[in-house]
Design a protein around this ligand. Structure first.
Ligand SMILES: Nc1ncnc2c1ncn2[C@@H]1O[C@H](COP(=O)(O)OP(=O)(O)O)[C@@H](O)[C@H]1O
Ligand SMILES: [Mg+2]
Length: 507
């Protein structure tokens, strides 16, 4: 195979700390090459070198493109050599149109004395058509969804007609159906001969899309796996550095018999339309039971958790330990022993620029106060205790949470919730955006909590996770429960069938 891009012992340090060491990365012509590794493995650092974000002179080793040594001083220099980059964070200018966003900062257009908007729109329209991306170049970017913005960024990268397209975790913030739409575009690009580097930590995406995979761990290349050798086990083993016997830990004991939670005919009205977003949902959960809630985005999963947490008005009856409750607000839910871990860590969860210990004890200070003063030592002790029991990787309880990995941030939120010793825990996408190793730890924690008698409701878009982890799964479609099965009885296929047939019937 001819290599369009080859690195020779590439390395990079930040303030003396190695982020990348001695990496030989080879990119074959025309392939979609997966770059995998858990958070902090060095994936972004590697591609930032290849795309001129980390300029020549700031790293060790070298790389060649089409056989010639490349020394990029900027992303523009890399683009000029046919290497385009779609960064991890969505970077669009909300106020501008799609067309302007596609061509933002592109030499030739912005240096021209007068940019013809009509010409801009025409070119953008042509490009979007060619990619079969159904977005109007005139629409304002502010009106677009996350996938559409992602597609605008890809169109921007492709506007320079690159040979190599590097995508850094393009699916991280997308839901299943949106990911499929993105993949359709990538499939067409592959057919047109574009070589791609695809960064993800979702292994099913590697299996579905990629021709080869390079695995990084702690800044080093630990494996290069051919498509014929692809398996979830092989990739996970390379990522975590040891054989994993079980992707999902097995439960040692069984859950209790005592009924803790009961829902009867619970419904949630749609905020504007006459239709309910949750319809006539009834089920009960026992002490220490792990209940999975499956379904596509929009099926009512988050609404179900929100009703239980008192943050959405609902009809029907919710009882905890035999008592019907009026859950008018989250405070009422918390008093009833219900805790919630939200999906949106950045939006509603973490206090950035605050120390880890303050993030853990936020909202829980009543137990740590004496005579109106916060017991800082007690706070420190509580935080240190959780850091140890949840294996939170941070320099100290005083560390700023903004600099921690997604998995560690998730554990901090979990610690905050656990400080209230809840009886019922609602987890919305607890493993979204966390690496394989932390994922395993979160699974263990869920089992651990269940074994200690906490009843858990887990919403996840990863069906395999729910099937592997939960004692019982409820499948929601279009606001109603359409299927239910116990541990060992379900499968991904069963859930997909239940959701797709139900959605078809409702449409
Ligand atoms: N600009 C930076 N300054 C300091 N450290 C950094 C910077 N960028 C990355 N790092 C560190 O380098 C390591 C690799 O990070 P990164 O390449 O972003 O990993 P990945 O993309 O695989 O999650 C991490 O330990 C990270 O904290
Ligand atoms: Mg990264």
């Amino acid at each position: 195979m001819t290599h369009v891009l080859e690195t020779d012992r590439l390395g990079k340090r930040f303030a003396g700390v190695p982020a990348l060491s001695g990496v030989d990365f080879r990119l074959g012509a025309g392939e979609i090459h997966a770059l995998v590794g858990h958070n902090g493995a060095g994936k972004s650092t590697l591609v930032k070198i290849l795309t001129g974000v980390h300029a020549a002179g700031s790293y060790e080793g070298s790389f060649r493109i089409g056989g010639a040594t490349a020394t990029f001083s900027s992303p523009a220099a890399a683009r000029a050599e046919g290497v385009a980059y779609v960064p991890q964070e969505i970077q669009v200018v909300e106020q501008l149109s799609v067309a302007e966003n596609v061509y933002v900062g592109q030499t030739g257009l912005d240096t021209a004395p007068l940019v013809s908007f009509r010409e801009l729109r025409r070119r953008a329209g042509e490009l979007l058509d060619r990619l079969e991306i159904p977005i109007d170049p005139r629409s304002p970017v502010a009106a677009l969804s996350a996938t559409q913005r992602q597609l605008v960024m890809i169109a921007r990268a492709l506007a320079t007609e690159p040979h190599v397209l590097i995508l850094d975790e393009p699916t991280a913030s997308l839901a299943g159906t949106e990911t499929e739409r993105l993949f359709a575009v990538l499939d067409r690009l592959r057919d047109a001969g574009t070589t791609m580097v695809f960064i993800t930590h979702r292994i099913p995406e590697v299996m579905r899309m990629c021709d080869r995979a390079t695995v990084l761990r702690d800044g080093r290349k630990v494996a290069e796996i051919e498509r014929e050798q692809f398996s979830e086990r092989a990739i996970v083993a390379a990522m975590v550095g040891r054989e994993v016997d079980h992707l999902y830990p097995t439960r040692s004991g069984a859950h209790g018999e005592q009924e803790v939670l009961r829902l009867e005919h619970v419904s949630v009205p749609h905020p504007t339309r006459p239709r309910d977003v949750l319809r006539d949902v009834s089920f009960s959960a026992r002490r220490g039971e792990i209940i999975g809630i499956a379904g596509v985005v929009g099926a009512g999963r988050t609404e179900l958790l929100s009703a239980l947490y008192g943050s959405l008005p609902h009809g029907g009856t919710i009882s905890v330990e035999g008592r019907a409750l009026k859950l008018r607000n989250p405070a009422a839910a918390r008093r009833a022993g219900i805790a919630m871990l939200t999906e949106d860590r950045k939006g509603t969860g973490l206090l950035f620029n605050f120390a880890l210990r303050e993030n853990i004890t936020a909202g829980n200070l009543s137990g740590l106060s004496r005579g109106g003063w916060v017991d800082r030592r007690g706070e420190q002790r509580a935080a240190a205790g959780f850091m140890q029991s949840l294996r939170i990787k941070a320099p100290s309880p005083g560390a700023d949470v903004a600099h921690l990995s997604g998995g560690n941030q998730q554990k901090i939120l979990l610690a905050r919730v656990l400080m209230n010793a809840p009886r019922i825990m609602l987890l919305d996408e607890p493993t979204k955006g966390v690496d394989v190793e932390t994922r395993q730890e979160i699974y263990r924690l869920i089992l651990d909590l269940a074994d200690r008698g906490v009843t858990l409701l887990v919403v996840s878009s990863e069906i395999a996770e729910l099937v592997g982890l939960c004692d019982r799964c409820l499948v929601l479609a279009d606001g109603a429960i359409v299927d239910e099965f116990r541990r060992g009885e379900g499968s991904e296929a069963r859930v997909i069938e239940a959701t797709t047939t139900a959605t078809g019937a409702a449409a």
